[in-house]
Write a new protein. Structure first.
Length: 330
């Protein structure tokens, strides 16, 4: 019910923004991009390919998961995340389940999917903090925007510090959180967590996050590299719109948009949030707000194309015969 309300509110925001910025102007800007959309789409595909490589590296046992399967699983989860009523809540469980169909245990599947997700979150949070701090120091923001930005930076910094402490001390953060929810009566019916099972899964997760610093560093570098195609994609769109923006501006926009997207991740498909945040960021950087709206719309279109590919991959993976999971880690 909540996601339905948020989705409807998002559509309302989208309609209001479109009306205020001018539907004709937005349509003209989208049309101006033309064939530049093709390299932009290819760069986004490169981003997904690199994150699939990171997922592949997060599987501890060798020989079970090929890169092609990792890419298919990555795109399948992306498709689930893009659907209005599933979203990010089911994306990682879907990837974990698909990994079991390649021979991993469910614990290994969750550990690999969550490890890749968390390392990506660490990289994204660090980039967002750096980008937001630069904007606060460089541009004159309205007081309310500056205050909200300060809160977001503080929350991201707290997330990074708390995660670092939990990893260093081998603290079972997921098990503690779920156990706390169960203790408060927030989990009812069939949702009775097996904390022992969850803690053993976290041991596998910590095998990379804490016990194998070389593997952690390698995955983090891949996740950092995965951000480069997104910045280049944005630069291509800015160039197509004749905005005269430099690559540094594309990096700032990407980092800032990621921060807003994380804060409002509960809104299905970021409906209205993406368009509003891009329009605001463009305005702060002294770029046309309508161009920001158009860029967000173009990125939504390429995400829908990837969703279609992901759904096709999901159908193929679920039809294939699942190997029998065997215990053991390399």
């Amino acid at each position: 019910m909540l996601r339905t309300v948020l989705l409807l509110l998002g559509f309302a925001v989208l309609a209001i923004l479109s009306w205020r910025l001018g539907p004709a102007d937005i349509a003209m800007l989208v049309g101006r991009v033309g064939w530049f959309f093709v390299p932009a789409l290819a760069l986004y595909a490169g981003h997904q390919a690199l994150r699939a490589l990171a997922l592949h590296a997060c599987v501890l046992r060798r020989g079970l998961l090929g890169y092609g399967d990792a890419l298919a699983i990555r795109l399948s989860g992306e498709a689930i995340q893009s659907l209005p009523f599933t979203g990010p809540v089911l994306a990682e469980p879907t990837r974990a389940w698909l990994l079991t169909r390649r021979g991993l245990t469910l614990q290994e599947g969750f550990a690999a999917a969550l490890t890749e997700y968390l390392i990506s979150a660490f990289v994204t949070a660090a980039l967002s903090v750096a980008g937001l701090l630069y904007i606060v120091g460089r541009y004159a923001l309205p007081p309310i925007v500056a205050s909200i930005t300060g809160v977001v930076v503080g929350l991201f910094a707290l997330f990074l510090v708390a995660s670092g402490v939990a990893i260093a001390r081998r603290f079972y953060l997921i098990g503690t959180f779920i156990g706390g929810m169960a203790g408060m009566g927030l989990l009812r019916g069939r949702l009775r967590p097996d904390l022992g099972w969850i803690n053993r899964m976290e041991d596998l997760l910590l095998a990379i996050l804490r016990d194998r610093p070389g593997r952690f560093a390698a995955v983090a570098l891949v996740e950092l590299a995965a951000q480069v195609p997104l910045v280049l994609e944005l630069f291509v769109l800015l160039h197509a719109l004749d905005l005269g923006a430099q690559p540094a501006a594309a990096l700032l926009i990407e980092a800032s948009a990621k921060a807003i997207g994380i804060v409002f991740m509960v809104v299905p498909q970021q409906m209205g949030v993406a368009e509003g945040s891009y329009a605001l960021i463009f305005d702060v950087l002294l770029l046309p707000a309508a161009s920001g709206f158009a860029v967000a719309l173009l990125r939504r279109i390429r995400a829908l194309l990837v969703t279609g590919a992901g759904l096709a991959m999901l159908a193929r993976l679920t039809k294939s015969e699942a190997p029998v999971a065997k215990a053991g880690i390399e």
